[in-house]
Design a protein around this ligand. Structure first.
Ligand code: PGA
Length: 249
């Protein structure tokens, strides 16, 4: 049974005092699995302030796939673990657009995270106007997840985020999001075998406390990846607890 998961993506926001304040306000009120991906500089401070590191898990927004060495400016999986990270978002559309992250790089990063015991949250999604959105997304995930072995699928999270929905206030309808997520799941199973049934697939793009249930309520979408509405403790907790309500049958 795949558990509902809410992942916050703070992007390049928040300072240490904001992060500690967020933890103090949110941690004790969370009723389902909730993760927050923070800038590198906040991770250790957050880790130190968590009462229960399993209730609110912290993670990063990028990693480099080499283990160590002369890679100025990069951060390794061991460094992230050492700072308290449990997962890493990979292939976010902003990293693809501004920093040239490719599916090939995402696949190498996915492999190194799994080897080190960290969870990859691999993002995919099409631009506005993409004629063959399903084909585009299928190609992204086949490449980005090509290094995952059968025993690791239960430690992989995929986030479907149509680029046109990120930070715009626009979303696909819940039926459209469910359709794409079913397509992602069937593509993974056809390509990699039944073990890929275990991957959790989230929806992301303009999720708020008031629309989160539309995406999570019937259980086909395993959770959400949330940017803007994850920056305030109150709205994050509201979203997490709405997503945690049992699926309607
Ligand atoms: P948003 O961002 O919730 O602000 O649309 C989502 C994301 O970029 O992961």
């Amino acid at each position: 049974m795949r558990q509902v998961l809410v992942v916050g993506n703070w992007k390049m926001n928040m300072l240490r005092a904001d992060a500690v304040d967020f933890i103090q306000k949110a941690e004790g009120r969370i009723r389902c699995e909730a993760w927050v991906s923070a800038p590198f500089t906040l991770l250790y401070e957050m880790h130190r302030n968590l009462k229960d590191p399993d209730r609110l898990r912290i993670g990063a927004q990028n990693v480099y796939f080499e283990e160590k060495g002369a890679y100025t400016g990069e951060v390794s999986a061991d460094m992230l673990k050492d700072a308290g990270a449990r997962f890493v978002i990979l292939g976010h559309s902003e990293r693809r657009m501004y920093f040239g992250e490719t599916d090939e790089a995402v696949s190498k990063k996915t492999a190194v995270l799994l080897e080190k015991g960290l969870i990859p949250v691999v993002c995919c999604g099409e631009r506005a106007g993409e004629k063959d959105a399903k084909g585009f997304v299928a190609h992204q995930i086949r490449t980005a997840l090509g290094t995952v072995s059968a025993s690791d699928w239960n430690r992989v999270v995929v986030a479907y985020e149509p680029i046109w929905a990120i930070g715009t206030g626009k979303t696909p309808s819940p039926e459209e999001a469910r359709g794409m997520i079913a397509h992602i799941r069937s593509t993974l199973v056809e390509t990699f075998g039944d073990a890929a049934e275990e991957v959790r697939i989230l929806y992301g793009g303009s999720v708020t406390p008031s629309n989160v249930r539309l995406f999570t309520e019937n259980g086909e979408i395993d959770g959400v990846l949330v940017g803007g509405a994850s920056l305030k403790a109150d709205s994050f907790v509201e979203m997490v607890n709405a997503a945690a309500m049992p699926a309607a049958v």
